[in-house]
Design a protein around this ligand. Structure first.
Ligand code: ATP
Ligand code: MG
Length: 397
């Protein structure tokens, strides 16, 4: 068992001391067996949420209705979820209420894929009733039980299957793939926000190309917001090999390639501030494309976004990104933003003894450009002098 599990061991031991069963489950066990870095550690237990809350001193009831309590131990939080099976599924979505059950087996049975339905006890023994370890060996994504039935219960699982393809590079079992082809349309019943979470993970995965190819092959892309007519563009996205390092970069690259603008991004119900960041990247990419390279002005305008934009530019041109070099060029600019100007609006109002007006914004912009292009040093007295000369020049015109 690795260090992260060792640290979480005390939770399992405490639950057991109180007479309950408890196991590590889900993604962490899968990733541990694959020797990948672990995400959050999840624990499944026979203890009911109220019992979990009474046993541990620091808990947060994050999803009591679904049986989940967050337990905080030495600053690390763990999701402790009561063994459960899901109630009746309505409209192909996750059920609203769940039923607590007493056996680990039933809890594992309700999970999506065999590789995600493996448990591990406090000694590191693996409990794997559905052949998850074999699936890991075969690098195969396979539903627990009948694929058609499982996707009919919760259609989001089809998106999850493809995001795991992107993260792990695994293949879909024949039955799983067939069921996606047959039931892809059920994705229409799923909240866009939930689809976006899985799609974002797909965009960020090292095997994104494989997942996009499958998205096309299974026709699942037809049921993603604003993508039904974008088959050709998506296929283009699958040819890019640079793995995005940030969600803004991932979405901006996607949006750039499939020609998404604000309207389409809104359909994905992404938060407004996030859409704003993506749109800045898109504007920069258009700008750079028209200039064919970075300039002093584009470096200045898009400074904090340089790493995202440069990696997208390089991916789309099948080129090497020069992030480090560009950041150096950006840092070497006389100023990185307007706040770094050695003169401000008040200084200019005093200097020209004039009331504020549109002239002031123009003046500041002129000074900013002059400093950026090294026509004048960023020093207050020199800027004042330059401003007066500039004003005279303009008046003479
Ligand atoms: P990650 O490492 O990306 O978090 P994960 O496998 O832990 O991957 P989660 O979304 O955190 O994925 O879900 C935790 C576990 O809950 C899964 O491993 C799976 O067993 C189960 N699970 C999650 N979503 C579903 C679903 N829609 N249907 C069935 N089981 C699910
Ligand atoms: Mg997880």
């Amino acid at each position: 068992m690795n260090e992260q599990f060792q640290q979480a061991l005390s939770i399992i031991e405490t639950l057991k001391r109180h007479g309950h069963e408890a196991y590590f489950v889900g993604g962490a066990v899968r990733d541990y067996l694959l020797q990948r870095p672990l995400g959050d550690i999840d624990i499944a237990t026979s203890a009911h949420p109220q019992e979990v809350m009474s046993i541990f001193p620091k808990t947060v009831p994050v999803g009591i209705a679904h049986g989940t309590v967050m337990v905080i131990e030495r600053g690390v939080s763990y999701e402790v979820t009561t063994f459960r099976k899901e109630g009746r599924y309505e409209d192909y979505r996750r059920p609203k209420e769940v039923t607590f059950v007493s056996s680990l087996y039933e809890d594992l049975q309700r999970r999506d894929f065999t590789m995600n339905a493996i448990a591990m006890n406090e000694h590191g023994d693996i409990i794997d009733p559905f052949g998850g370890t074999e699936a890991l060996k075969q690098r195969m994504i396979e539903t627990v039980g009948d694929a058609a039935e499982r996707f009919n219960e919760d259609a989001l699982r089809m998106m999850r299957a493809l995001r795991f393809v992107s993260q792990l590079g695994f293949s879909l079992s024949t039955k799983t793939k067939q069921a996606i082809i047959q039931y892809g349309h059920l994705l229409q019943h799923i909240a866009v926000e939930r689809i976006a979470v899985e799609f974002e993970k797909l965009l960020l995965g090292p095997f994104m190309s494989k997942a996009i190819d499958l998205l096309i092959e299974t026709n699942l892309f037809c049921y993603l917001p604003e993508l039904a007519t974008k088959k050709r563009e998506l296929a283009q996205l699958a040819t890019y090999s640079i793995v995005p390092t940030h969600r803004t970069e991932a979405w901006a690259r996607f949006a750039f390639v499939v020609h998404f603008h604000q309207k389409e991004l809104k359909k994905w119900k992404l938060p407004n501030h996030f859409i704003r960041d993506v749109l800045i990247c898109l504007k920069a990419l258009e700008h750079i494309r028209s200039l064919s390279d970075w300039t002093v002005d584009t470096l200045y305008e898009y400074g904090p976004y340089i790493p995202h934009i440069e990696r997208i530019r390089a991916a789309c041109k099948h080129d090497e990104p020069h992030v480090h070099l560009l950041l150096k060029r950006w840092e070497a600019l006389p100023i990185r933003n307007r706040k770094e100007l050695a003169i401000n609006g008040n200084d200019l109002l005093t200097l020209f003894e004039r009331k504020a007006g549109p002239w002031l914004a123009t003046m500041i912009e002129n000074i900013e450009r002059a400093v950026l292009h090294r026509k004048v040093e960023n020093e207050k007295e020199k800027l004042k002098e330059w401003a007066v000369c500039n004003q005279r020049r303009e008046n003479n015109c």
